[in-house]
Design a protein around this ligand. Structure first.
Ligand SMILES: Nc1nc2c(c(=O)[nH]1)N[C@H]1C(S)=C(S)[C@@H](COP(=O)(O)OP(=O)(O)OC[C@H]3O[C@@H](n4cnc5c(N)ncnc54)[C@H](O)[C@@H]3O)O[C@H]1N2
Ligand code: MOO
Length: 397
C-alpha cells in the first residue's frame, strides 16, 4: 500500500530500508564501514554478536573420560586394595573430580560412600558403585563433527562457553555497521537549562546507545550549524557505512538536509513516509554507496524513525533480517487517513494502552513504553490485535 502524497507507507519504507542496507549500488566503491564482511573476534568479544558461520565441534564433548566426583577410581567389585597407580582388578586409587580416567575404567566411588581401614577401601552404601558410576564418558554432549550453533544465532554467554569447550579461540561474527551521526540545529544547546527559543539536545546523549541496541556502532558525531555548506561538508566527510542525521528535513530557510543530499548527488530511496510522527524521514544513498537516514528534528519523531526504520537498514547492512514486527492485543487507538500512526504504548492487563504523551517532541510516553503500536489508518478497536515494534532496551541495573 502506498501512503498519501505518493510517499511510501511505513511498511513499504521498512522493506526499502532493509533492501537498501543489503544491496549496495552496483559499481559503488565500498565505504569505510560498509565492507561488511564477517570478522573474527576473540570469544569474550563475541557475546551479543551474531555468529556468521556454523560452529562445528572438532572434538567430542567431553573429549576424554573423567571422574565426576571426588573419591576413588575402583576396578571391579570391592573391597579394594588402595594403590597409588592406575588400579587393576580389586584395586582402587584416590581421584578428584575432572581427573582423566582410563576409557575402560570401571567406576568412581564417592568419598562419602567409602571407608578406608588398613589400606583397604570398602563401600558404605549398598549398591555403590554401579558399573560406570560417576564417570563422564566422552561424546555424551556432542560428537566430533556435530553442528552446535547455527550461523545467524545471536551469541549469549552460554554459547561462548560452549565454543570454548570445543577449543575455539575466536568466532566469526557478522559485522556491526559503523554509523556517523550528523546533528543539526542552531537552537540546540548541549548542557544545562535552555533559554526560551533554545532546546536541550535530545540526541547526542542517547543516540549512540540506541544505535548500539539497534545493531550499529556509532563511530563519530558531528554537530553542524543550519547552513547548506556545513551540512554538505559533514555528509561528505562522515566516515561510516550509514550516516544518521537529525533535523533540517523540512523546507524552511533553516533546513538544508534535502538540498545537501541533492548537492552530493544522492539517490533518494525514501522521500518522506506516510507515517506520523516521523513523516519527513528520508533514506538516501550517496554515490559512493554510503547510506543516509535523515531523521526529523522532533525527538519522538526521530526515535520512532530510528527504532522502526534505521533498524531494518542496519539489519540489511549486517546481512540479517530486520527484527520482526510483533502482534499485541490493542486497546482503542485512533488512526489517521492515509497514514500509519506510531504511538508508544505500555502493556496494561494484557492490552497495549497508548501513551498520553504522543506529541512529536514528547519523550515522556516513549520513556515508559513497552513498544511502539502500529496503528493503521482505520485505527485499532478495543481488544483487536495490532502490530507492534518492541522498544530495543532492557534495563538490568
Ligand atoms: N510547513 C511545514 N512545517 C513542518 C512540517 C510540514 O510538513 N510542513 N512538518 C513538521 C514535522 S512533521 C516535523 S517532524 C518537523 C521536521 O523538522 P526538521 O526535521 O526540519 O527539524 P527542525 O526544523 O530542525 O526541528 C524540528 C523541531 O525539533 C527540534 N530539534 C531539532 N534538533 C533537536 C535536538 N537535537 N534535540 C531536541 N530537539 C531538537 C527543533 O528545535 C524543532 O522544535 O517539521 C514540522 N514542520
Ligand atoms: O515527524 Mo513530525 O514530528 O510527524 O510531527
Amino acid at each position: 500500500m502506498t501512503g498519501n502524497g505518493g510517499r511510501p507507507s511505513w511498511h513499504e519504507a521498512r522493506a526499502i530500508a532493509a533492501a537498501a542496507g543489503s544491496a549496495p549500488a552496483a559499481g559503488s566503491a565500498p565505504a569505510a564501514g560498509s565492507a561488511l564482511a564477517p570478522e573474527s573476534v576473540p570469544l569474550h568479544a563475541a557475546i551479543g554478536r551474531r555468529l556468521a558461520a556454523d560452529l562445528v565441534t572438532p572434538i567430542d564433548l567431553p573429549h576424554f573420560a573423567s571422574a565426576a566426583m571426588d573419591g576413588w577410581l575402583v576396578a571391579g567389585d570391592g573391597p579394594w586394595t588402595l594403590v597409588d597407580h592406575s588400579p587393576g582388578r580389586g584395586q582402587a586409587s584416590p581421584i578428584v573430580t575432572g581427573a582423566l580416567v582410563p576409557a575402560d575404567a570401571f567406576a568412581v566411588l564417592r568419598s562419602e560412600s567409602g571407608e578406608v581401614a588398613g589400606g583397604t577401601l570398602r563401600s558404605t552404601v549398598a549398591g555403590e558403585p554401579r558399573p560406570g558410576h560417576h564417570i563422564r564418558r566422552p561424546g555424551t554432549e556432542a560428537l566430533r563433527g556435530e553442528r552446535l550453533i547455527g550461523a545467524g544465532t545471536p551469541l549469549n554467554p552460554a554459547h561462548v562457553a560452549l565454543a570454548a569447550a570445543t577449543g575455539a579461540d575466536e568466532l566469526l561474527v557478522a559485522a556491526v555497521p559503523s554509523v556517523a551521526l550528523v546533528l543539526t540545529g542552531d537552537e540546540v544547546v548541549t548542557s544545562g537549562v535552555p533559554a526560551p527559543g533554545r532546546v536541550r539536545d535530545s540526541f547526542a546523549v542517547q543516540l549512540p546507545a540506541l544505535i548500539g541496541m539497534l545493531g550499529g556502532r556509532v563511530a563519530g558525531t558531528a554537530r553542524v550549524p543550519d547552513r547548506l555548506d556545513d551540512t554538505v561538508a559533514a555528509l561528505r566527510d562522515a566516515d561510516a557505512a550509514l550516516i544518521v542525521t537529525t533535523g533540517g528535513t523540512g523546507t524552511s530557510s533553516a533546513d538544508h538536509l534535502r538540498d545537501a543530499l541533492r548537492t552530493l548527488g544522492a539517490r533518494l530511496l525514501v522521500d518522506g513516509v506516510a507515517m506520523r510522527p516521523g513523516g519527513p524521514t528520508r533514506i538516501a544513498e550517496l554515490p559512493d554507496g554510503r547510506l543516509v537516514a535523515a531523521l526529523p528534528g522532533n525527538p519522538l519523531a526521530a526515535m520512532v524513525s530510528a527504532i522502526t526504520l534505521v533498524e531494518p537498514l542496519l539489519a540489511g547492512l549486517a546481512g540479517r533480517p530486520p527484527e520482526p514486527v510483533r502482534t499485541v492485543r490493542g486497546a482503542t487507538a485512533e488512526g489517521r487517513a492515509g497514514s500509519t500512526v506510531l504511538v508508544p504504548y505500555t502493556e496494561i492487563d494484557g492490552r497495549a494502552q497508548v501513551a498520553a504523551w504522543r506529541g512529536a517532541a514528547m519523550m515522556r510516553g516513549l520513556a515508559g513504553a513497552s513498544g511502539i503500536l502500529v496503528v493503521p489508518p482505520e485505527g485499532v478497536r478495543d481488544g483487536e490485535d495490532a502490530e507492534s515494534v518492541p522498544v530495543p532496551w532492557r534495563v538490568v541495573a
